[in-house]
Design a protein around this ligand. Structure first.
Ligand code: GLN
Length: 270
């Protein structure tokens, strides 16, 4: 009799524990364990899109966008710092799930990786030292010494300038230093990043000249046939239509965001 009682007690205790576990589980929804881990590469040398703070945190327009996108699309994002020039081969090798790094959607890149719908309207511009009065447009770049970032659309563009002497650098801070030192006459790079750095006092003695040289759109890049691309695209749609995109744009650029094409099929202006 005694042993039967003990068994009942154990059973009731066991059931009690089980109920407690179930109750706890439903009280604390397990969103994180349900969410898919998304490894996202970024090169945090591109203000104000991706920056790494002294304490090692990532910040910027792209970082904010990716973080809210993860929330609406059910991802947990893990950012990985990667040099811009290695981004495309890393995606091709599927060592990361995605990359957000102010990456311009180009027909060339679309041959090896996939892109989300455009999420940012951008373009290249010429930057020179403040006292330069000669370089004003594409034509005046001919035969000049030009610095560009290796693997960037700026580097591709510079190749089309007749007789230009091109030096390549790994990131923005380096090529602007070369311009300030007088080693090169001009930099061809993404206008927004340069204008932002000038406006915020991070780039002294440099100005942006002429109109934009190109019209470009940034996209979130993934390996080809990525199982995540659909969710990423739907997430961007949601952020565009619910006002979150606009908030992030205003936070970083203090301006109204421009219209974006729905798809890169229409949006490549290169
Ligand atoms: N938008 C340029 C490109 O895609 C540069 C981006 C960057 O430097 N992060 O080539």
């Amino acid at each position: 009799m005694k042993s039967i009682n003990l068994k009942w007690q154990q059973l009731i205790l066991g059931l009690g524990c089980l109920l407690l576990i179930i109750a706890c589980k439903s009280f604390y929804p397990t969103t994180n364990s349900d969410a898919k881990l998304l490894k996202v590469a970024t090169d945090p040398t591109f203000v104000p899109f991706e920056i790494q703070t002294a304490s090692g945190n990532f910040e910027g327009f792209d970082i904010d966008l990716m973080n809210v996108l993860a929330k609406v699309a059910g991802f947990v994002v893990q950012f990985e710092s990667l040099p811009f020039d290695g981004m495309i081969s890393t995606l091709q090798a599927k060592r990361v799930d995605a990359a957000i790094s102010g990456i311009t959607i180009t027909p060339e890149r679309l041959k090896t990786i996939a892109f989300s719908r455009p999420y940012f309207k951008a373009g290249l511009a010429i930057a020179v030292r403040e006292d330069n009065q000669n370089i004003k447009d594409f034509k005046s770049l001919q035969g000049k010494k030009i610095a560009v970032q290796i693997g960037s659309t700026g580097a591709d563009f510079a190749k089309t300038i007749p007789n230009a002497k091109i030096s390549t650098f790994n990131s923005g801070p380096e090529f602007f230093q070369d311009l300030l030192n007088g080693n090169v006459d001009a930099v061809v790079s993404d206008a927004f990043a340069t204008l932002y750095a000038i406006k915020n006092g991070k780039l002294k003695g440099i100005k942006v000249v002429a109109n934009l040289l190109t019209q470009e759109y940034y996209g979130i890049a993934t390996p080809k046939n990525s199982p995540h691309l659909d969710a990423i695209n739907k997430g961007i749609e949601t952020l565009l239509s619910n006002g979150t995109y606009k908030q992030i744009y205003q936070k970083w650029f203090n301006a109204e965001p421009p219209q974006l094409p729905d798809s890169w099929a229409l949006g490549i202006g290169h």
